[in-house]
Write a protein that binds this ligand. Sequence first.
Ligand SMILES: Nc1nc2c(c(=O)[nH]1)N[C@H]1C(S)=C(S)[C@@H](COP(=O)(O)O)O[C@H]1N2
Ligand SMILES: [Mo]
Length: 171
Amino acid sequence: MNRRREACFALCLCLLLAAVASAQTTQTAAPAVSLSVSGEVEKPLKLTAADLAKLPQRSIRAKGHDGKEAEFTGVPLVEVLKLAGVKFGEDLRGKNLALYLLVEAADGYRAVYALPELDPAYTDKVILLADKRDSKPMDAKEGPLRIVVPDEKRQARWVRQVTGLVIKRAP
Ligand SMILES: Nc1nc2c(c(=O)[nH]1)N[C@H]1C(S)=C(S)[C@@H](COP(=O)(O)O)O[C@H]1N2
Ligand SMILES: [Mo]
């Protein structure tokens, strides 16, 4: 009897391990980071993973489209734009308030953010350019970079496969 239970347990364990292994092999790794920052910026940039690693890092827990919480790690979007010379804080006023950020993805998906949404002088909410989900690099469907907007009730602006940040001016 005991032996049968042991055998059954071993079988279940094998099936579980096989399922985990197959789930892992179906995930393909994302391509290397290549992020352009362009448009109405002082210094247009082309950034690699090493460039992003030099910027301040943050980890944030947020609930994704699947309804599950995960920990996302990366660089606050504001830090990347500051590197390109975009003005925030005291300088985000007057004519600069007509500027906005357009985020572009590899699949052609795009979303817009107003600059005060990113600025710690305006809000305590942090919009993240994440490169890790639960401490691991993101897969090809999601990464290598993804926008995370915590506290937003829909995840439509959580742009996956981010390739470009473009600063534009409302006409
Ligand atoms: N690049 C890209 N990002 C995207 C989308 C997309 O089609 N392409 N869809 C958005 C929408 S509408 C939602 S609801 C979420 C879904 O997130 P998920 O892929 O983690 O489920 O991703 C957002 N980010
Ligand atoms: Mo969506």
